[in-house]
Write a protein that binds this ligand. Structure first.
Ligand SMILES: [Ca+2]
Ligand SMILES: [Ca+2]
Length: 94
């Protein structure tokens, strides 16, 4: 009986640890993206103009920029930028 109790406790520990580790991993990725994104947004308006994006992606064309602007508001926001990187359309920044 004692052994069974220990096994149950260990299982609970594993189950409660997993979401914490997952959250830490996701948090790290979001933080890294936020750091580079903040740097590229030189006027700090939360949007990436073509000129701002060219500071990181120097050969980005107007056509490519328009494709990144998936909601067609004529600006690339952080969601569109991270989606483009996640989809491999843009390389991740250093
Ligand atoms: Ca900006
Ligand atoms: Ca947009």
């Amino acid at each position: 009986m004692e052994a069974d109790n220990r096994l149950t406790l260990d299982k609970q520990k594993v189950i409660t640890m997993k979401p914490i580790l997952l959250a830490a991993a996701i948090g790290g990725i979001v933080f890294a993206n936020a750091a580079f994104a903040h740097e590229m947004d030189t006027d700090q308006d939360g949007l990436y103009s073509l000129a701002e994006m060219r500071t990181e992606y120097s050969d980005l064309t107007e056509e490519q920029y328009a494709e990144l602007d998936t909601n067609k508001d004529e600006a690339v926001d952080v969601d569109e930028l991270t989606a483009a990187i996640a989809d491999g359309i843009l390389p991740a920044m250093d």
